[in-house]
Design a protein around this ligand. Structure first.
Ligand SMILES: [Zn+2]
Length: 75
């Protein structure tokens, strides 16, 4: 039986659907009664969604210049 400590170890494979059927079942059983790990999985899915999205384009040069100007001079 999976404990909370087993969940992070298998969470990625579970989310990707690459976890074996037995471990997948163990995950599902654990998640069915453990709200903490359900929250963890939700956060992981959310993070994966963020990272799976198109990479952030770099800011246009004028934005970067403005940001540099608003910073106090070093030293
Ligand atoms: Zn748990």
């Amino acid at each position: 039986m999976f404990t909370c400590r087993d969940i992070p170890e298998h969470a990625t494979a579970y989310a990707e659907g690459t976890l074996g059927p037995w471990k997948r079942l163990m995950m599902m059983i654990h998640l069915s009664y453990c709200g903490m790990c359900r929250t963890y999985m939700r956060q992981l899915a959310w993070l994966r969604g963020l990272m799976g999205a198109a990479p952030m384009p770099p800011p246009p040069p004028e934005v970067e210049e403005n940001a540099l100007r608003t910073l106090p001079p070093p030293g």
